[in-house]
Write a protein that binds this ligand. Sequence first.
Ligand SMILES: Nc1ncnc2c1ncn2[C@@H]1O[C@H](COP(=O)(O)OP(=O)(O)OP(=O)(O)O)[C@@H](O)[C@H]1O
Ligand SMILES: C[C@H](N)[C@H](N)CCCCCC(=O)O
Ligand SMILES: [Mg+2]
Length: 204
Amino acid sequence: MNNYFVSAIGTDSGKTLVSAIICQALGADYWKPVQCGFPRDLETVQGLVQDPRCNFYKEQYLLKTPASPHAAAKIDDVQLSVANFRLPATKNDLVIEGAGGLLVPLNDEENIVDLIGHFEAAVVLVSDLYLGSINHTLMSVEVLKSRNLKVKGIIFNGPENKESQTIILKRSGFTNLFYIPQESQINADVVARYANELKAKWEI
Ligand SMILES: Nc1ncnc2c1ncn2[C@@H]1O[C@H](COP(=O)(O)OP(=O)(O)OP(=O)(O)O)[C@@H](O)[C@H]1O
Ligand SMILES: C[C@H](N)[C@H](N)CCCCCC(=O)O
Ligand SMILES: [Mg+2]
């Protein structure tokens, strides 16, 4: 059983889409430990994955405000602490989706990135290809490397930019797992199509 932690270079980068594709590709389970605001990513993934092998676990913290977890927790009078997060019990591979990027705070001291070691997960980093994303991706790479975290690879998402992809891969040394182009709509068929492609690339 492997735990994969899907993080990204920011919010709205495509983590939920990528999580659904990985779940469908591997027949893995899905869990978002902390959700801030609605709709719940859990429900989005449930609507996108069509694979009876996949189980979907409830968030450990479902916070009502669409904000950074540390701020959303304050509003709901909840204390987030890495030590209190508990993985769902499963014998299956598990895809864990973060919130926002790696240095998003959970509280005054701890960040999303601190959950990765706690869960003993390998990171899948989603890099969406907007202008400015090279800087944001390479900063995320530094954060991962400085903590010696295990990285499965990068998934690029959105309008193609070969120069950005090439320099990010060269500087990071990370594996290029997959590229998802900008789609006119996201639905279960799109996810199934990319899951089939990803399956072939995952174990290389
Ligand atoms: N390749 C793509 N083509 C078309 N739409 C996309 C693509 N990637 C992501 N989107 C859309 O962009 C929006 C943001 O993506 P997504 O919800 O996966 O981001 P996220 O990183 O999970 O955000 P959060 O930090 O809130 O969890 C969604 O509406 C999603 O369907
Ligand atoms: C509410 C949003 N969709 C995400 N789940 C949380 C994003 C936190 C971003 C914090 C930040 O980097 O400023
Ligand atoms: Mg999401």
